[in-house]
Design a protein around this ligand. Structure first.
Ligand SMILES: [Zn+2]
Length: 118
């Protein structure tokens, strides 16, 4: 991978990292104004409130996971390992990195680790 491309990816990752960190700091989901008309607010059940809370903690959890992936991708750029699968050390396809620049695994390893969970 040439260094121009690597720098572009680094910039993309840093931007994404910054966005996520800002969201985390602001607690964005929790404080986002909920736009409901009065009738709907009146009927908002305890269940809805609980679901909303569960969703926002799920979002927070995913954000932590993504921040960790981005952090380790940035580390791999610095150490020169970026673009190679952390498991089998094969090159990760360019298309895959375009879609997910923080991807730590090649397609094969990613599929294998997904299947193992089921
Ligand atoms: Zn692999």
């Amino acid at each position: 991978m040439n260094s121009d491309r690597l720098e572009t990816i680094r910039a993309t990752l840093l931007l994404r990292q910054q966005e996520l960190q800002e969201q985390a700091r602001a607690g964005a989901e929790d404080e986002k104004p909920v736009e409901l008309d009065q009738q709907r607010v009146g009927r908002l059940s305890r269940m809805d409130a609980m679901q909303a809370q569960a969703m926002s903690s799920e979002i927070g959890r995913r954000r932590e996971v993504e921040l960790a992936r981005i952090g380790s991708a940035l580390g791999r750029i610095d150490s020169g390992d970026y673009g190679y699968c952390v498991r089998c050390e094969e090159e990760i396809g360019e298309k895959r990195l375009e879609i997910d620049p923080a991807a730590p695994l090649c397609v094969d390893c990613a599929q294998r680790s997904e299947n193992r969970g089921r």
